[in-house]
Design a protein around this ligand. Structure first.
Ligand SMILES: [Zn+2]
Length: 256
């Protein structure tokens, strides 16, 4: 059984074929899926999809790339979703200086506020970081001091040394399609060294489809390809990768 811990089934591209995509995933034993919101509209849709499908859960958050259009009332909406059982995480949230450097200060402000919400509702963070790893680390390091920090570095793209630093803060590491890419270097090194009880898998669909579907539409069924790649890198069998990563996710997202 597989758990795709990061899927954007709330993306527009899935509007017309959502049920087929979910059925295809379930038939391939991708039994659990987190639908991850990133702005007010996708948070609402994630909530709706999770409420109407068994074993699909929602994460509610405000993505750093879209932060310029965000206000505190949107944060209040995130908080309202966090009061519901179908919402298992806060995010995706974090820092992204690759797509948007001008909003740095606002990104940091909203990242910190979402960390506070994560602690208040004891629901883990789903953290996005791009070209901002040191700032993200510094913020998370400060936030870890009270022992209440919990979350996952989603689609982790940093070095193995940085992975170890985030693991030290008590965070999980999630790997997706890039670990299957022909030119992958760092994700493969990271896949080797993350303790098996701290590893999650994801697709980040519709983006980042794994090899040999790179550049095409990604979907939750492909999380098996990610698991296969990790199994081969770690010289494990895929069933064990599936069992560990599913149990890790169920623990982090507090599913019974
Ligand atoms: Zn995402």
């Amino acid at each position: 059984m597989f758990y795709d811990t990061h899927a954007h089934l709330n993306a527009e591209v899935f509007t017309d074929n959502l049920e087929d995509i979910i059925k295809e995933a379930n038939e391939a034993l991708v039994s659990y899926i987190n639908v991850v919101g990133f702005d007010p509209k996708t948070n609402e849709l994630a909530n709706k999809i999770a409420k109407t499908h068994e074993f699909i859960y929602a994460s509610s958050g405000l993505h750093p790339v879209d932060i310029e259009n965000i206000s505190l009332s949107h944060l209040k909406e995130v908080e309202d979703y966090l009061k519901q059982d179908v919402t298992v995480a806060v995010g995706e949230c974090g820092l992204d200086y690759y797509w948007n450097k001008e909003t740095k200060a606002k990104q940091i402000k909203y990242f910190k506020k979402q960390i506070e919400l994560s602690k208040k509702y004891q629901k883990p963070l789903i953290i996005h970081v791009r070209d901002a790893i040191q700032d993200a680390y510094d913020i998370l390091y400060e936030a870890s001091k009270d022992g209440l920090l919990q979350g996952v570095m989603h689609c982790f793209s940093g070095s193995k040394e940085m992975a170890l630093e985030f693991l030290d803060l008590g965070l999980y590491i999630s790997l997706g399609g890039p670990v299957t890419f022909k030119n992958a270097v760092e994700p493969i090194e990271v896949a080797k060294i993350v303790p098996i009880d701290k590893l999650l898998i994801e697709t980040d669909c519709p983006y980042l489809a794994p090899h040999p579907y790179r550049g095409k539409l990604n979907k939750p069924v492909y999380v098996k390809i990610v698991a296969e790649a990790i199994a081969s890198i770690r010289e494990m069998n895929i069933e064990d990768v599936a069992t560990y990563t599913t149990n890790n996710a169920k623990k982090l997202f507090k599913l019974n």
